[in-house]
Design a protein around this ligand. Sequence first.
Ligand code: PLP
Length: 422
Amino acid sequence: MKAELVRELDQQHIWHPYTQHATAEPATVITRARGAYVYDASGRQIIDAVSSWWVTTHGHAEPSIAAAIADQAQQLEQVIFAGFTHEPATLLASELCARLPTGLARVFYSDDGSTAVEVAVKIALQYWKNRGESRSLIAALEHAYHGDTFGAMSTGARGAFTAAFEDQLFEVARLPSPDAVDTAAALADLLDNSRERVAAVIVEPLLMGAGGMRMWDAAILADMAAIARKAGVLLIADEVLTGFGRTGPMFACEHAGVSPEIMCLSKGLTGGFLPLGATAVTEEVFAGFLGDRAKTLFHGHSFTGNPLACAAARANLRLFDESCAARRAHIETVHRSHLGALTAHKRVTNARVIGTVAAFDVDANGGGSYFAAIGRDLARFALQRGVLLRPLGNVVYVLPPYCVSDADLDRVYTTIAEFLDT
Ligand code: PLP
């Protein structure tokens, strides 16, 4: 199909995410992808420096994942997951549990990151209900982002994204941002005063993504986990972004040696090929739902446990071998050296790196926010030069697929430096 027709149909029929269609420029038509690149309709190569919304792990169109999906599609594409089960879902669950922090032993499948969080929040609340305890408060972090469905929005920070729904969101106990203060002290205070009301505390371990790529200390996470455990409060680790090697180790909780009671996974779970969410829990949490019918977790989705997505995830996991860990470590080193050079620029502050994610703030004439024009300007400038960036306002980040080359990263950082010099 001709690119002009795609553009025309897009303008006529598509409603894009996070897009103000009154002012948005026409979307770029992408026709194919491979490795660290996507290609536009004219065949132009574009480095995907954001892993297409943080999902692509090893690379676009990774052949072994594509083949696993194709094979699975010939065998079993979908089956209802209540009362029925299948090999890809069971093998994936056992392979995940073998890699997850100790204690996580049961997997509930859903569709994406938001639903993985919804399931986690519902499990946490119902767990206490099932035990006859009225703990209905969730503690969550300032600047948190957990997704766009209502439970996920409620636990996330309030702001422009949630403003229209303020009245429908449930209250949470808001803890200060761990990139600014020692949140463990605030959690201890909260639990000293109202332990019997708190069901769970939810965190994005060590890297708060959409809230501004805020990086925080493993020691704070370790303290928070210890405090929560002592008080008998469930810890929910939202590893939707941080899972699957993004921050270095397979899961960010490993930096702190923390084993949460509940963990949310998505994005990199299928290597970025197909939507799939997973909420992993301990056997103790699972046991809290055993008994009469009223104790059932009444939650599910049409595509829960979809065989194609599970097959993709298994193929993705197989690629997390030694060389992948070395690649990720190498990307971190390359990030550090480029950031070292960039910090010489007077508009760059707060340069930071965790694993394969690098970020810094750009001075935006005294102010910075998600709506700072500088982010859009940089994205446009970079795209013209064949680099896909999507800053969070004045927070610029580089989050590439693991197959990215040094030359690609060089081009990404050179483009950013050129923009800063304009
Ligand atoms: N949790 C975290 C930490 C995220 O970064 C995101 C998305 O960016 C989500 C949840 C929501 O995931 P999804 O967009 O797949 O619903």
